[in-house]
Design a binder for this molecule. Structure first.
Ligand code: CP3
Length: 354
């Protein structure tokens, strides 16, 4: 989808207007990881049920996705699931360990290991489609954001066997076994695209592709070995006509490459001011971000000033979606997030002109 300077339509949800670079009726705001451990009602629902089991139950997915929408006046719901869910659905033996993250029973390090990865078969993502349909029926005008992991971020877990600081096995495969790497990335691109298009066909109105760990790569390696595969995923949903957010952490040197992969909205972490990020990519996209999540613990007057700074920088860009620069930390105070939403809505448009 390309950016057109269209007049505001008035009744279009602010999130979708901003994603098209159109002046919304208010600055839209949602939070990555708005559902999750920061909410007591989430911890209650999850008691005695593993993360992945909860993701396989449309009733629980619906309840957990709606929790932050009930609590905050956010402009979007994000589908409660995980980037590893489509891998689990095709039978990869993995778990999501609380406080650690995804852990893989048999990491992928050889041609033979690739047998774990095949295209999702009819029916294997039915629980995803069912949950999205239930949600869309409940959400009314609030748009649902669908999401998936980009092939590199998924590969980092599959190759390392779990979370990593330096991604050394992953990068060694990328440069040392380019055929194996290409096959791995192509398979992951098809799996993620299937997960994402399932959500869109069932009613998600915008998508976010998380390449959370792409910032670990040098730009030349990103362009040669990663970007074409993320582009496959973004193109698959682009064909369905929904706006696409492309996000990664620590991607200041990669911002132009993230946009070139095929994005309508550039997701930015807190390291680069939004107007500077937009200049770096030469415009042509909306931006999303980028309050440092660590600042949620600062005294309110200090935090409020930082929120206003983000709004001013975002206001210089046609199309700003307010968010954090990464996910809500589990220790975040939900009442603080509620105040941030109020502030964005109350002052956002006025600060654009300031
Ligand atoms: O509210 C939302 O944002 C929607 C739900 C969502 C989850 N995971 C739920 C979740 C989304 C969009 C994700 C994506 C995801 N999962 C990413 C990309 C986003 C990012 O943070 O960069 C990544 C890298 C993962 C892999 C993963 N899953 C990690 C690193 C963790 C955290 C581990 C921990 O316990 O600290 C998870 C688990 C996870 N995913 C939780 C939630 C609510 C916490 C699980 C729990 O409650 O025990």
């Amino acid at each position: 989808m390309t950016h057109r300077a269209e007049p505001p339509t008035g009744d279009e949800p602010p999130l979708l207007a901003a994603a098209r670079g159109v002046e919304p009726s208010r600055v839209p705001v949602w939070f990555m990881r708005q559902a999750g451990r920061s909410l007591p009602e989430y911890r209650r629902v999850r008691e005695g049920i593993s993360m992945l089991d909860s993701c396989a139950r449309p009733d629980l997915v619906t309840e957990i996705t709606l929790q932050p929408v009930r609590r905050y006046d956010v402009d979007a719901a994000i589908f409660y699931s995980d980037i590893m869910v489509p891998l689990k659905a095709i039978g990869v033996d993995l778990d999501i360990v609380p406080g650690t993250g995804p852990v893989i029973a048999s990491p992928i390090r050889s041609d033979a290991d690739l047998a774990q990865l095949r295209d999702p078969q009819p029916g294997e993502l039915d629980h995803v489609a069912e949950a999205v349909r239930l949600l869309v029926a409940e959400l009314g005008d609030v748009p649902l954001i669908g999401f998936c992991g980009a092939p590199f971020t998924l590969a980092s877990y599959l190759v390392e066997g779990g979370p990593s600081k330096d991604y050394s096995r992953t990068k060694a495969m990328m440069v040392g076994a380019p055929e194996l790497w290409r096959e791995l990335m192509e398979r992951l691109a098809r799996i993620s695209a299937a997960f994402l298009t399932t959500q869109v066909r069932a009613g998600a109105r915008l998508v976010q592709v998380f390449d959370s760990w792409a910032g670990a790569l040098a730009p030349a390696d990103y362009r040669a070995s990663v970007q074409p595969h993320t582009a496959t995923v973004l193109a698959a949903v682009g064909e369905l006509g929904v706006p696409r957010i492309h996000f990664g952490v620590g991607t200041g040197e990669l911002l132009g490459d993230l946009v070139a992969a095929g994005a309508d909205v550039l997701g930015v972490d807190w390291r680069v001011p939004l107007d500077e990020a937009w200049r770096r990519v030469g415009g042509g996209v909306a931006v999303q971000g980028n309050l440092d999540p660590a600042l949620l613990g600062a005294p309110w007057p200090v935090l409020a000033e930082r929120v206003r700074e983000v709004l001013r920088a975002g206001g210089r860009v046609p199309g700003h979606i307010f968010n954090l620069g990464h996910g809500v930390p589990p220790a975040a105070d939900p009442d603080v997030l509620a105040r941030v939403v109020e502030l964005v809505h109350a002052e956002g448009l006025a600060l654009r002109e300031a």
